[in-house]
Design a protein around this ligand. Structure first.
Ligand code: ADP
Length: 207
């Protein structure tokens, strides 16, 4: 539970509403939250999706696990508490991006259900769309891919608390979308995301 330390703070309303901002900018914000084991394909799919969206002139931005830990979250490690705070900050960050009118592609292992649910909740409270996408690939497939050699290190005991090896991954029970990234190629996964986003009225796709 996050300790609230700020006192005497008051929300300062702007002069325009979110709808007015989105309309003026010709945009629509929402958060697409990719979760799954390390190496399941979250970043690869989000990068390809960002490219496809940019080609269509859709305002989008990627928030990515490691990247966020270079700056905003560089003071956090991988203990359960730090993972919780990592996801809490990212949930808040994604909410701000979405509020600004950006289709925000958040790719984080985010192994714990309660942390993902908390990210969903802050969006809900703000009246913003939050879509959980489970990038589903088995541990065997992920370990086989191992693009950063992390599973190898975890198996050798050089990394402790690695998700899927000696730390749990709680798969989503009711995600908005499941991508079978263990068997479906990247382009097909991206197309599924685009179709799904079009169905939600977030983008238009040419037939
Ligand atoms: P994550 O962000 O989930 O840790 P990455 O995207 O960094 O995973 O790595 C996934 C690896 O799996 C990449 O080397 C990618 O090329 C490969 N890959 C193979 N098939 C797929 C697929 N269908 N979707 C995503 N990545 C795939």
């Amino acid at each position: 539970m996050t300790q609230v330390k700020a006192t005497n703070v008051h929300w300062h309303e702007g002069n325009i509403t979110r709808d007015e901002r989105w309309k003026a900018l010709g945009t629509k914000g929402a958060t697409i939250w990719f979760t799954g084991l390390s190496a399941c394909g979250k970043s690869t799919i989000a990068c390809a999706l960002e490219q496809a969206l940019c080609n269509q002139g859709v305002a989008c931005y990627r928030l990515d696990g490691d990247n966020v830990r270079f700056g905003l979250n560089k003071n956090l490690g991988f203990s359960a508490e730090d993972r919780e705070e990592n996801i809490r900050r990212i949930g808040e960050l994604a909410k701000l991006f979405a509020d600004a009118g950006i289709l925000t592609l958040a790719s984080f292992i985010s192994p714990y259900t309660k942390d993902r649910d908390a990210a969903r909740e802050v969006h809900k409270e703000a009246g913003l769309d939050f879509m959980e996408v489970f990038v589903d690939a088995s541990l065997e497939v992920c370990e086989e891919r191992d693009p950063k050699g992390l599973y190898k290190k975890a198996r050798a005991g050089e990394i402790k608390g690695f998700t899927g090896i000696d730390d749990p991954y709680e798969a989503p029970t009711s995600p908005e979308l499941v991508l079978n990234a263990g068997e479906t190629d990247v382009a097909a996964c991206v197309n599924e995301c685009l179709r799904f986003m079009a169905d939600r009225g977030l983008i238009e796709i040419a037939d």
